[in-house]
Design a protein around this ligand. Sequence first.
Ligand SMILES: *Cc1c(COP(=O)(O)O)cnc(C)c1O
Length: 369
Amino acid sequence: MEKVFVTKPYLPPIGEYIDKISCIWDNHILTNYGPLHKEFEEKLKKYLNLSNVHYVNNGTTALALALEALDKPLGEIITTPFTFVATANAIVWQKYKPVFVDIKSNNFNIDADKIEEKINENTRAIVAVHCFGYPCDIKKINIISKKYNIPVIYDAAHTFGIKYQNESLYKQGDISIGSFHATKVFHTIEGGICIVNNYKYNDKIKSSKNFGLLNGNYEYIGINAKSSEFHAAMGLCMLNHIDEIINYRKCISNLYKSLLEDKIFIPEIPKDLEYNYIYFPIVFQNEKILIEVINNLNSENIFPRRYFYPSLNELPMFNNASITPISIDISKRVLCRPLDIYITEEIVTKICLSINETINKKVYKLVID
Ligand SMILES: *Cc1c(COP(=O)(O)O)cnc(C)c1O
């Protein structure tokens, strides 16, 4: 059998992509905000129903730009340890110290009730992650943000297409960032976005993504976060297919769920969430079972991923004394199963059979409040 990985990036029909990029051979505009880039940003804004969207070269740069735009002195940033390493990397790259707050075991997001105890005069921002696309406790985080006058950045790398209470989840926070990496639900090969919800940060991001240029003048010290016409063309093709992609992923997720119904549960999708089915996380009783499950699947050429492992405060380069028992515990027991547009019913069945056999009903239930 062909190897099955945690995800196989979607590719549009090749003819569609060639049609889209053929104009580049006429105009010789390869990058620097050419017509495809402009068209993509406009269509993206329409699709997401958002106004201040900056398409950039990847999600990690988007996060660095967002942190830079806050224009704060060095200090601490409150964040979650249960995320991809890019979240904490961007914080440290900007020379801030990440202060990890533990997560909730029901949805893997930062525990808003534990944020206040970590706030002090050195706290500069909160960087929260809507992990696996499940919304953070936005209400509580907003209240804290207002009370202490601390800006909020959401790492919304997983939330493309997600609507929460009838609007894009990207609309939350002073700034949200998204990732359009090939492994995400919507991709432009590499790519990312900054969604600026607090307009006072807009000029800074607009300028610093392009060497500091703003309306023809060098206003700030910027970097190069531009994406190319080829990447934008992929985004335009993807937009034509994203609804069917999400729909298919929904079917596969439901199939996973039904085949494991009485033994295994994923976090329940909140009622007011229009989900994008980006991942299918499951949590096992202990790490030993998880490793057994992985070994058995690997022997059948199936390669799930340990998203997210380890808990970031356990990585030596973050040199961190934060105490986050829930994140450390969950990170040892969580697995994301293969989920993409190319997975067949047959493969899903095979995966579920293998997992069912291994776990021997030793999985606990997860529920979102
Ligand atoms: C993928 C991801 C990123 C980084 O995005 P890139 O586009 O790969 O740079 C950041 N945060 C989280 C939570 C991610 O999953």
